[in-house]
Design a protein around this ligand. Structure first.
Ligand code: UD2
Ligand code: MN
Length: 353
């Protein structure tokens, strides 16, 4: 019989007997465990989607398996202001617009399909999803990807970028798209545990802004140039913010009923603060962001939705999320999730129509 040593580990585990694996049984068992996690993910995925699984879906689901190769490396060092890798203030190029092809040629070799990154030299403490609500901002998206991939990789993070695009031309619903991103990213990668909800037009300007969850929710984009480099108001939670999976579950995610501009960030701010959590921030001299130019959306009166929202927390959110997924694509630099939202249905569900 061929020696297991000469076989790939997985083939070894799947061969008729484990005996020849000798000292490698533990590794074999670990691999089998990872395989079973993957199969559960496949099962979950099949239940959660209308479309049949494609090859790209399978590749996506293999993401957690990649972790098996990282068992023996040391944990990634906590990066702080003193780390030589992190230089403090950084520039952002918002003037030149790259083509997607040149970005892919430059960035894709370090990424897995779907824009996933796994550090090679250390075991990351979190698995992070950067969720970006999106529609009609292609120029911003290209500049965002050019800035964010190197930024996140300098922090040695395991991450994926998930672009959640709203189909059609109905009123944009940023918060519902965040819930979709959270749900779909977890279906693809059940081991994700830290979620960063990020506007596509915001670029961090300091390497010390760590994109890694802690014990409290973090409002990242505290100091934005177009907002006069000051925190606009104490409870602000819009722009870029970060929550663990447990925190998201605790507050039932975002509200789904905020169609059109504004209010959804304040509703989320209330959700976390009313669940014994405290919004934290980096110092203003670190939490610096630039916002790319865009036309201002029309403001809406959100007073009533916000006040009533306080009663809706546990009936309006992840547990009432409804959407139709029209596309799931593994692009080289990001995972694209396109969804159609039925505004009438969402509002009727909450007794708002
Ligand atoms: C502020 C908040 C934002 C959100 C919004 C109100 C900050 C820095 N930003 O952003 O988080 O609370 O107010 O809803 O506090 N988007 C598209 N296509 C659209 C419209 C929006 O892709 O047609 C996405 C995109 O990621 C954008 C984000 O939604 O960055 C927020 O929309 P915005 O940039 O138009 O709103 P803004 O800057 O007033
Ligand atoms: Mn904006």
């Amino acid at each position: 019989m061929m020696k297991c040593r000469k076989l790939a580990l997985t083939r070894c585990c799947l061969s008729r007997t484990l005996t020849p694996c000798r000292g490698r049984q533990v590794l074999c068992l670990l691999t089998l465990l990872m395989a079973s996690v993957t199969l559960s993910a496949v099962a979950l995925r099949m239940r959660g989607s209308e479309a049949p699984l494609s090859l790209s879906d399978f590749l996506h689901i293999l993401f957690p398996l990649e972790l098996a190769g990282h068992r023996r490396v040391p944990p990634c060092a906590l990066l702080d202001g003193n780390d030589t890798e992190l230089k403090g203030p950084i520039d952002a190029d918002t003037d030149s617009i790259p083509s997607l092809a040149e970005l892919e040629e430059w960035l894709a070799p370090s990424l897995l399909p779907g824009g996933l990154f796994i550090p090679r030299n250390c075991r990351p403490s979190h698995k992070i999803a950067v969720i970006v609500p999106f529609r009609d901002r292609r120029v911003h998206l290209k500049i965002f990807l050019r800035h964010m991939h190197p930024f996140l990789q300098r922090q040695n993070l395991q991450y994926g970028i998930f672009i959640v695009e709203q189909a059609g031309d109905g009123p944009f619903n940023r918060a519902l798209l965040m819930n979709v991103g959270y749900r779909e990213a977890l279906l693809l990668h059940p081991s994700l545990d830290c979620f960063i909800f990020h506007d596509v037009d915001l670029l961090p300007l300091d390497d010390r802004i760590r994109y890694s969850c802690g014990g409290q929710p973090v409002h990242l984009s505290a100091n934005i140039d177009v907002h006069g480099n000051k925190l606009m108001y104490a409870n602000l939670f819009g722009g870029a913010s970060m929550l663990t999976k447990a925190m998201m579950e605790n507050v039932n995610g975002f509200s789904n009923v905020f169609f059109g501009w504004g209010g959804e960030d304040d509703d989320m701010s209330f959700r976390v603060r009313s669940h014994d959590m405290k919004i934290t921030r980096y110092n203003l001299d670190i939490a610096r962001y630039t916002m790319m130019r865009h036309v201002r959306e029309n403001k809406n009166d959100r007073q009533k939705l916000l006040i009533d929202g306080r009663k809706r927390i546990h009936s309006d959110g992840l547990n009432s999320l409804r959407y139709e997924r029209v596309r799931l694509d593994l692009r080289p630099l990001f995972t694209l999730i396109e969804v159609r939202i039925n505004q009438t249905q969402v509002l009727t569900d909450q007794g708002l129509l």
